[in-house]
Design a protein around this ligand. Structure first.
Ligand code: MG
Ligand code: MG
Length: 275
């Protein structure tokens, strides 16, 4: 979760504008929180197929998180009703799981959070289910590349703007729209801490990246326009032109000046290989 919403509505949840840098001990707890989410996404990957409902995936995720002595991180946060945000096709993020079965050709963003020993893990993967159009598969590929590009910029001495600049450049070079209204965020004892981590921006701008920074980087990239709107449920964000949107998210810590990815797609990839 939730990519941070750039609006006054959520400003009150920010930690007084201060970045909370983490000790090595805290980062180790956060790594476990992130890995619980990674394994949960692996369970979702095993189950996801044509005909499965988002609510079934949500139950799998909730049960698994609780089995790991962790707490679902999204459930009840800002009154969100479920464990997973499941956002299909033109839905960008914050989709509420429903009883509508997943169809052949859908892309399904699954965003998951867990709290372990008081710290949050928060990461997301967009699944291609069945026969997805090549142009949409390419969107997924490029969005994942954007995430890797953003991670590579997360090193001491760089600035937060460097992350967004290079993500935006890669996405726009491919003709895609970069969502402006939602951004990545600092992560720790709360889900949304400073700094905001936009997927767009200017090189050399923004706060300096320092040892102990922990952030969730989460490009949300649209096949068409960057513009988005809310659905009537006041949660789900959809693209304004109805074209698909992809979303990948990792938790990253700055350790010895370099980015260390606390979460992993390893469990998802293993599960998908077996299919
Ligand atoms: Mg998330
Ligand atoms: Mg997030």
């Amino acid at each position: 979760m939730f990519p941070f919403f750039v609006s006054l509505h959520f400003m009150k949840f920010l930690n007084k504008n201060m970045i909370v840098y983490k000790t090595p001990e805290e980062i180790e707890i956060m790594r476990e929180a992130a890995q619980i989410v990674s394994r949960t996404l692996g369970k979702v990957a095993e189950a996801i197929e044509v005909g499965v409902t988002p609510l079934e995936l949500d139950a799998i995720a909730e049960n698994y998180i609780r089995s790991q002595n962790a707490i679902p991180g999204f459930l009840g946060l800002y009154d969100f009703p479920n464990t997973l945000c499941i956002s299909i096709n033109e839905q960008v993020v914050h989709g509420i799981p429903t009883n509508t079965p997943i169809k052949d050709g859908d892309i399904v963003s699954v965003d998951c959070g867990a709290i372990f020993e008081g710290y949050y893990g928060d990461h997301a993967y967009t699944f291609a289910v069945g026969n997805v159009k090549p142009e949409v598969l390419k969107l997924l590929e490029v969005t994942k590349e954007c995430l890797d590009i953003g991670i590579a910029q997360t090193r001491a001495g760089n600035r937060i703007g460097d992350i967004g600049f290079y993500i935006q450049q890669h996405a726009e070079n491919n003709g895609y729209g970069v969502v402006r209204e939602l951004v990545g965020h600092g992560l720790g004892k709360t889900m949304h801490e400073e700094p905001q981590v936009p997927n767009y921006g200017r090189r050399g701008r923004g706060k300096k990246i320092q040892e102990g920074l922990t952030i969730a980087i989460e490009p949300m990239i649209n096949l068409g326009t960057e513009k988005v709107k809310y659905l009537a449920d006041n949660w789900t964000i959809v693209t304004a032109d109805g074209k698909p949107s992809a979303h990948f998210e990792h938790d990253v810590a700055v350790v010895n000046g370099k980015p260390e990815v606390l979460s992993t797609f390893e469990f998802v990839e293993k599960a998908l290989e077996k299919k």
